[in-house]
Design a protein around this ligand. Structure first.
Ligand code: CA
Length: 675
């Protein structure tokens, strides 16, 4: 998700071109139902001029009297559709405007009943089929209009057909990782079994320190109890005993009768918690159901600050206790200014970013000997440590790293808004391959179903696809309540379009070989729209609520009635409708193992071992992360007294980021022993 959803397209000064012929007058009457496929000559459209050459440039082989050329006002025609549904628009056209020899094609916009659809039209000096994809027409009269915005397309003729829906069953359910875990294989098999028949419900949870909840719970030293203002008692975690700066005893954690763990706030001395179930509770209360898929994010495990927000345990719980499906993105930050950063040292969150506004060189991530390489290695290590716990627990993840790469389109050939896309598609794809290779081969992580975000802005959008052998699921992030609306409504109300035109354009882009999901969204498409449009997204997954946008609870994003109708429908699969054998129903039953063990950082070995800050009996990158957490927030991530002794390895008194750096050097083999 990113807030900068507006598309910026720079206007290019247009050559002054005048029409060379008389305007054609050919009004289209649509009193009767149109017979499809319907063909109209470009020159016969309302408002069109007849052209036979563009200056000296001839484009021979046109049909009819000639063609039309988009230079001035709009040109339109109407069709009378027999039913509400999807129709395909194909333009026989040419695009000969060559800017500085670039021949990059141009952005062309059509308008259907007032809603705009745009695509990049490739440069062509010959008549070419430009597929504007599927649009939804309503029963009765529909106006289709060609707008003069940035495109100077020549139109020979236009064909409107009733949509033919392609075969979704050709999607592959064999994972691209040959060593995929049995659980990942079983999940993919299930995803395929319902694809084209149902939609899986999903919901993203907040990450980091979001949805913080204050309570009245306080530690009463005189009674040695944790109590709230109503006198309810909370069980004290006696291991979390500490003293404040005035020497008063307190405990970091206590637990309510419902199992909720509360954490001490050193500012106001009350206990509170982060409500990661905020959206789940709302959905259950509103619809009576929980979603089948829960979305997570590993963004908190950035080497600069490394907040442990407990995501791995929540993922394991969702997969093993709830028998739910897990998807996860990775909002991984980099230093905004590399000169501010010392490898392994903490850096203020405010000096980091996931946006493209950084001097971090993306292409260096996979080039050894660069600062960015060293940094990205730490990012992967932190991520892998969390993924390992989840793999050990037998939970697969629909993993969607480096997401929304193309973003708002191909205006300058670069991606939008995230650092991993700012150097263009080739660098982005190399980074994707590098991350895959590191996680699979260096860290042995095979519980991942690789999901890649794609868009359908134009013929160059497929440059962002890493290929059939590197991607298992294709995801599209739908944010169109403000821009790119096709539902005819003004902004400020939900947009429940099913966006089948985009779904089938993605299908065409990848030859239908992969399952296609709405990986993130604002408004959830309505049941009716999905039925009418034949939209078969594998799943939907609204982003979490925040101060900036209330994607779940805000009436500007979701209609409660349509949300509830969908959740309760047979078409939509909710958590309780997932099969009990979700993670065991593999084609290769011999491989299947049911894993119930979970990994924890707890250890019985309170041994003195230099570097072993987390006291797990070994020295690893986890110790460096643990130290950075402690340095960033000692009250939340305190070390035990033995842990502090173990952590202090740099020869200087006290535990600092310098100790973490020493452990990283040790882990990397750069030093053999500590000072
Ligand atoms: Ca023509």
């Amino acid at each position: 998700m990113n807030n900068k959803l507006k598309r910026f397209v720079s206007m290019t000064a247009a050559a002054v071109i005048s029409a060379v012929s008389m305007p054609a007058v050919m009004p289209v009457t649509a009193a009767d139902t149109t017979s499809f496929p319907y063909v109209i000559e470009g020159e016969d459209m309302e408002g069109a001029d007849l052209w036979t050459a563009i200056y000296q440039t001839e484009i021979p082989g046109y049909s009819g009297k000639g063609f039309t050329y988009i230079t001035g006002g709009p040109m339109s025609f109407t069709v009378n559709a027999p039913a509400d549904g999807m129709y395909s628009i194909l333009v026989k056209g040419a695009e000969i405007l060559d800017e500085n020899g670039k021949k990059e094609g141009r952005f062309q916009t059509i308008e259907v009943n007032g809603s705009e659809y745009s695509k990049t039209v490739a440069y062509s000096e010959e008549w070419t089929d430009y597929d504007f994809g599927m649009v939804r027409l309503k029963k009765g009269e529909n106006e289709i209009k060609f707008l003069n915005k940035y495109g100077y397309m020549a139109i020979d003729y236009v064909t409107v057909s009733e949509a033919e829906f392609p075969d979704l069953s050709i999607a592959d359910d064999t994972l691209t990782d040959p060593d995929a875990t049995p659980e990942a294989k079983a999940l993919m098999k299930y995803m395929k079994s319902v694809y084209g028949k149902n939609i899986l419900s999903g919901q993203q949870e907040i990450y980091g320190g979001g949805h913080s909840v204050e309570t009245t719970i306080r530690y009463d030293a005189s009674q040695d109890k944790c109590l709230d203002s109503d006198g309810n008692e909370y069980e004290i975690d006696r291991d979390s005993k500490d003293t404040d700066k005035d020497g008063n005893t307190f405990y970091w954690h206590c637990t309510g009768s419902d199992g909720q763990v509360y954490t001490y706030n050193s500012q106001n001395r009350n206990y509170g918690y982060n409500d990661y179930d905020f959206e789940m509770k709302y959905l259950e209360k509103t619809t009576g159901e929980l979603p089948a898929i829960r979305g997570f994010d590993f963004g908190s495990y950035c080497p600069c600050y490394a907040w442990d927000d407990g995501v791995a345990q929540r993922i394991i719980d969702w997969g093993t206790k709830k028998n739910g499906i897990v998807t996860a993105s990775w909002h991984i930050n980099v230093p905004t200014t590399m000169a501010d950063y010392t490898l392994g040292e903490p850096l203020d969150f405010a000096k980091t970013t996931y946006s493209e506004k950084t001097d971090f060189v993306t292409a260096n991530c996979y080039k050894e000997g660069t600062a960015e390489y060293d940094y990205f290695q730490l990012c992967i290590k932190n991520l892998a440590a969390e993924l390992q716990k989840i793999q050990d627990a037998g939970v697969p993840i629909i993993f969607r790293p480096l997401h929304e790469a193309e973003g708002n389109g191909p205006a300058d050939g670069k991606g939008a808004w995230f650092w991993w896309a700012k150097e263009g598609a080739e660098v982005y794809k190399k980074l994707w391959d590098f991350l895959r290779d590191e996680l699979q081969n260096k860290y042995g992580l095979h519980n991942l179903i690789w999901e890649q975000n794609l868009y359908t802005w134009g013929d160059t959008s497929n440059q962002w696809y890493s290929g059939d052998d590197k991607v298992d699921i294709v995801g599209y992030d739908k944010y169109n309540t403000q821009y790119h609306r096709h539902d005819g409504n003004a902004s400020g109300v939900p947009n429940e379009d099913a966006e089948a035109g985009i779904f089938y354009a993605l299908y065409d882009m990848i030859g239908g070989k992969k399952i296609i999901a709405m990986a993130e969204n604002d408004s959830i498409p309505s049941l009716t729209n999905m039925e009418v449009e034949h939209a078969y997204w594998s799943y939907f997954c609204p982003w979490y609520d925040s101060e900036q946008a209330h994607f779940v609870m805000g009436e500007e994003y979701q209609n409660v009635d349509t949300l509830t109708e969908l959740y309760k429908s047979d078409f939509c699969i909710t958590l309780d409708e997932l099969p009990a054998n979700l993670y065991t129903d593999s084609d290769t039953p011999d491989d299947v193992k049911v894993t119930t063990t979970t990994t924890t950082n707890d250890s019985d070995t309170d041994s003195a071992l230099k570097g072993d800050a987390n006291e797990d009996g070994k020295v690893s990158i986890s110790d460096a992360v643990r130290i950075l957490q402690y340095v960033a927030n000692a009250s939340k991530y305190d070390l035990s007294s033995q842990g502090k002794i173990n952590a202090d390895v740099d020869g200087k008194a006290g535990v600092t980021g310098s100790d973490a750096a020493e452990i990283q050097k040790y882990d990397a083999g750069l030093i053999k022993e500590f000072k």
